[in-house]
Design a protein around this ligand. Structure first.
Ligand code: ZN
Length: 466
């Protein structure tokens, strides 16, 4: 502009020919053209936008973050997030098995997608009241989620039925929702694994890929990734601002109306507001596909949002796993949730750090396992074999009428192998409690061990001989 004015005045002063006036006009035109091109150079929008998460309009923030944590070279979780469960209801209420399944489903999908985030049950509370048999979406959930909230954990409410009032909703059951304010998650039990994974995705600030798809040109995510969107507070690629704000989750309509139960997209003619046809992903965990089992995938940007969000949580430093994966047989933190030891099947366990109140890190992780001795077992030759890195104490209890009676205790040093003879054990149900006897070092918070039940069943030996 300055050059233009200078040239105009220069031209006017010296009363030069028309050519001299046309030249600066040409310059102005040219500079406008450059400006229009610059608008498509999205790198100029790579900065933090006021009032928005740092990745909105700037997905490069996420790719940079993934590079920073060396995502491509990581195969083991970086975080193990404690989950506090609140189980609501009296009749047909979810039980401890449902708690286990929920956290195992969550771990399964987060591990399959290499999110580098794992979960363990830190506590379970049962609220056994009839009024919670049908758990209200609009009133009971928000109210209870403020009443019962552990700020040091991911709070998950488990209910048998989640309902909305009104005739229209009478026969509808909702599978889950995440409270936008305190990020408590509620899910109904016995759902597809994607239900808990989806709601926990919201806990980590993921949005639906179809967000605002029907809210007009400005708010709809364009199919084309490089459509520019201007604005007062955020400017950049439409695909990084609209929808879920992530460019690697494609634009999509509301998939529940546009997919079948077998995960097929049914609307090949459906277009975005600019006339481009949708070719949506139908396997994204944050989508609303008709078949919930279709939802199995998080994209890299989604993983980046979750990893960045977890790193900013208040207790992130306590949740960091500096060595290996938290116990894959979790949650075996109580006799009720003990994992079952099956004959001659090796189980691998880890001790991982446990978060207690007052931000203290403790090594008091304990694992519980249970096993039964049937009539055909020859206890004289039966045993339990424990080996591996961890120094530990194993205590065996007999389980009678819901009470545990201590029978035997044995200790093992670091890297030692030990055997517990089952000589004298009668037919019945037993529980083993395993606790750590040596604290792990500051930086190495998990140590592993393996355990095998080795029963001598006379008849099996005979079959083997045949
Ligand atoms: Zn959702």
């Amino acid at each position: 502009m300055y050059i233009f004015l200078k040239n105009v005045f220069f031209a006017a002063d010296k009363k030069h020919t028309m050519k001299k006036i046309l030249f600066p006009l040409f310059l102005l035109f040219f500079s406008l053209g450059v400006d229009a091109q610059k608008q498509r150079d999205f790198s100029k929008y790579e900065h933090k936008h006021a009032f928005h998460k740092p990745w909105i309009g700037n997905n490069k923030f996420l790719t940079d973050y993934m590079d920073k944590i060396g995502y491509e070279n990581q195969t083991l979780p970086l975080y193990s997030v404690p989950v506090k469960f609140y189980v609501f209801g009296k009749n047909n209420a979810p039980d401890i098995q449902d708690v286990k399944e929920t956290v195992q489903n969550l771990n399964a999908l987060y591990a399959e997608n290499n999110t580098l985030i794992s979960f363990y049950v830190s506590d379970v509370k049962f609220i056994r009241k009839k009024k919670f048999d049908k758990f209200g979406y609009y009133v009971q959930f928000p109210f209870q989620s403020f009443l019962r909230h552990d700020r040091k954990a991911l709070n998950v409410f488990l209910v048998s039925k989640l309902t909305k009032p009104g005739k229209k909703n009478k026969n509808l059951e909702y599978t889950g929702v995440c409270n936008n304010v305190n990020h408590t998650v509620v899910v109904s039990s016995k759902n597809d694994a994607s239900v808990i994974a989806h709601e926990v995705g919201h806990y980590f600030l993921l949005k639906h890929p179809h967000k605002n798809y029907d809210k007009g040109k400005r708010r709809q995510e364009a199919v084309d990734r490089d459509v520019f969107r201007g604005g007062l507070f955020v400017r950049g690629r439409n695909s990084e601002i609209c929808g879920d704000g992530l460019s690697d989750t494609y634009a999509q309509p509301h998939l529940i109306k546009n997919t079948d139960r077998n995960c097929n997209y049914l609307s090949p003619e459906l277009t975005d507001i600019r006339g481009k046809k949708y070719t949506p992903q139908v396997d994204n965990i944050m989508s609303y596909t008709m078949g919930k089992q279709c939802r199995r995938r998080f994209t890299k940007m989604q993983k980046a949002v979750m990893l960045y969000t977890v790193s900013k949580k208040k207790n992130a430093d306590l949740w960091q796993l500096k060595s290996t994966f938290a116990d894959k047989f979790e949650p075996d933190f109580s006799p009720l949730t003990a994992t079952v030891l099956k004959d001659k099947i090796l189980q691998e366990h880890n001790f991982h750090k446990t978060v207690f109140k007052k931000n203290k890190i403790e090594d008091e992780d304990v694992d519980f396992m249970r096993f039964t001795i049937g009539k055909k077992v020859n206890v004289e030759n039966s045993r339990i074999v424990i080996s591996g890195q961890a120094a530990l104490k194993a205590e065996i209890f007999v389980s009678e009428n819901d009470e545990l009676k201590s029978l035997k205790e044995i200790s093992k040093n670091k890297d030692e192998r030990t055997e517990i003879s089952l000589q004298g054990f009668v037919t019945g149900s037993y529980v083993i409690k395993i606790s750590q006897t040596q604290k792990t070092s500051e930086n190495n918070v998990t140590v592993s061990y393996s355990i095998t039940l080795d029963l001598d069943k006379g008849e099996n030996n005979i079959i083997k001989k045949e």
